[in-house]
Design a protein around this ligand. Sequence first.
Ligand code: ATP
Ligand code: BTN
Length: 321
Amino acid sequence: MRKEHSAKLHILRSLSDGAFHSGEALGNELGISRAAIAKHIKGLNDWGVDIYRIQGRGYQLAQPMQLLDEERLTASANTQVELISVINSTNQYLLERVSESDKGRVCLAEYQAQGRGRRGRQWVSPFGTNLYFSMYWRLDAGMAAAMGLSLVIGIAAVEALEKMGFEGVKLKWPNDIYYQDKKLAGILVEMSGQAGAAAHLVIGMGLNIGMPDQQPSIDQPWTSLNQVSNGQAIDRTQLAIHLIEHWKSALEEYEMTGLSGFVERWNRLDNFLGRSVKLLMGPREIYGVVKGIDQQGGVVLETESGLETFIGGEISLRKHD
Ligand code: ATP
Ligand code: BTN
């Protein structure tokens, strides 16, 4: 996989200085023809990179691009970190390696060819502009504890963003991060392991940072962290390091004390607290006002029949104005 993409990655590194590079110069650097360069540029467009060509000058990136810095990542994160620039899915990569992984192992990518969300939905993952990463964790308490874990990870992510100065970022039960009622990031917890035994979990997050404007395949309102920071430059490497650290310490706390220390923290950050929502559960729709989460991580609604708690992976929450 890595070798196959090395020409494209080389071209990107050259273009990331922001200047024009002629097809001929790029071809000379790589020892390939101008036609082969043109083909790679087309492939980069398919990865979601916006590159244009001006006759007589060559190729240029439409937006500046700062690639993730593997050296800084591995030196600063207090866990095993791998950067695989082009991958199918960082969750899939770690799921295939659970038996040989230590807790806390992380995989990051610049581009996912098959990034996924819940229930097989696609996670749009253009190259070099957002964050896509996953962490392996083992829960000796077994699968039952996995529900709480997706909440804990969301809390840790928003608190990390707050520490870095991003304000107004919120949570949507059970696994999304929102800003101004739009989806900023999604969390996906997947597991392998039999009931009753320790659960092998892979927790993945896709966080939009500078997503290009046109995204026809996203069918709901979405946003990017550069909207939160008012266009101020964001150091993706530094952000990844902070998120990884916060995740690890939140997971350690969760293992020791369960959800108890997290309920208040969730409720402070809940985007829908006190608001009318509907829950979609297969064919059923339930309307109510969000009251927060309970000690098990279920969402509590005030419905026509009083306070009711809902929990389970098949539930989707939607706002209801
Ligand atoms: P729920 O789990 O409540 O049904 P959801 O509709 O957000 O939430 P998920 O499966 O969690 O569904 O997330 C996948 C959905 O997220 C996709 O169907 C798409 O609409 C949207 N999506 C895909 N890529 C992105 C992205 N990069 N940024 C924001 N939203 C995205
Ligand atoms: C969702 O909202 O449905 C969750 C989206 C999770 C996307 C991340 S990106 C890194 C990791 N690898 C994947 O294929 N999915 C998760």
